[in-house]
Design a protein around this ligand. Sequence first.
Ligand SMILES: Cc1cc2nc3c(=O)[nH]c(=O)nc-3n(C[C@H](O)[C@H](O)[C@H](O)COP(=O)(O)OP(=O)(O)OC[C@H]3O[C@@H](n4cnc5c(N)ncnc54)[C@H](O)[C@@H]3O)c2cc1C
Length: 429
Amino acid sequence: MNPAIIGGGYAGMAAAVALAERGISVTVFESARQLGGRARGIVLQDTQLDNGQHLLLGCYRQTLRLIEQVGGNLEQDFLRLPLQLDLHGEFSLKAPRLPAPLHLLVALLGAQGLPFGARLNAIRFMLALSRTNFRLTHDMTVAELLAQHGQNAGLTQKLWEPLCIAALNTPICKASARVLLNVLRDALTQSRADSDMLLPRVDFTTLFPQRAARYIEQRGGKVLVTCGAESLRPLESGMEITTEQGAEKFSHIICAAPPAVAAKLLRPIAALESLVAQIETLQHQPIYTVYLQYPAHVRLPHPMLGLHQRYSQWLFDKGQIAGQHGLLAAVISAEGIHQELSQEHLAQKVIAELREEFGIAELPEWFRIIAEKRATFTCAPGLHRPSQQTPLPGLLLAGDYTAGDYPATLEGAVLSGLRCAELVQFHHQ
Ligand SMILES: Cc1cc2nc3c(=O)[nH]c(=O)nc-3n(C[C@H](O)[C@H](O)[C@H](O)COP(=O)(O)OP(=O)(O)OC[C@H]3O[C@@H](n4cnc5c(N)ncnc54)[C@H](O)[C@@H]3O)c2cc1C
């Protein structure tokens, strides 16, 4: 068996590690110069950054397990914070050291910035969800679910909306309640550590894909960068990939490229017409990250905090997280009015917000905006996501957009890759 993987993002590298672990020699084709895809390290102004600030949750079990498997050390690689939400001066909630889900209920009860009635209402909502094990008989938007459970405007704007946008990167009026509940169930109901927030101290290429490449190569596999797949062809047994270097035959192909590329590669294959149509129905949401380098003494009150009704939704102090003093990142997730501004204008808005909220009077030495226009798929209710299995036995699909419980996240991507690795092995038996 000689499977190939197209795409060295988190999904593709997870599949490759799982196969390499079982002694199967894999070949990874990655079109870019470096691995990581939508979670990759970049260098700007001699500073190591990512294409966007990411965070992991404690319940991302498979991603965390794989990072350790390929040589990472979770203690060193992450700043781990217990569940907390701080919308500067407007709302704050911090989970105490109690078992789940008591930690959440006590955190909601003691939250600052909402009247007692609203906090009780949020607790009632959580208890109602836990009675159905966070499952819905039919999907609906998050806004509809919140209205059904009497969550008022204050609660929605300060608690549920920021949570939904952070988790699903989709506005509440478009977001799937079922998928949000999947994340809440996994993060909040089993162990307190599941709701921890893990902020990486190393860049996202180093964190997993780079280490994974070494792990794969040590087990006889190959990881080829700047070597994109140009076309695919089903064979009587297996599949053929054409790259710049020519055509090569493989027993299986796991296509872990982003949805638009997967659709393009699969379109010429007649048997995949309806699968391609399914992939093409997916819509996308952006994530903007504004990096600002201030003098080294500038710091925020916490490593991560939110702002209420501002352009900057979440702010990260890279000094406190990764020792990059004075470097701040403002994250703006999902579609919104910020997309109408020029990059210069948006950066000026963020600088003004930092001045008004925290009294940061200095100007940054430099700023850069990274606008990922197709950061994630729009996680809408009842979305029919393509399965990892395709009508061709030698072709599998991995990626955060393929079928699964999770929205477009690292864990969703990794789970899809692991599923493909299992299917490759299963076909072979
Ligand atoms: C700015 C931003 C912030 C985010 N924040 C978070 C967060 O905080 N937490 C979280 O869990 N998730 C977050 N996400 C989502 C997360 O990054 C993605 O869900 C995940 O990285 C997707 O991985 P993937 O492997 O499915 O796809 P991708 O990362 O898109 O990987 C696909 C790979 O295929 C390669 N490729 C493309 N064409 C070809 C070809 N022809 N041949 C070979 N290779 C090809 C690409 O270069 C890429 O490396 C964020 C995403 C962005 C953009």
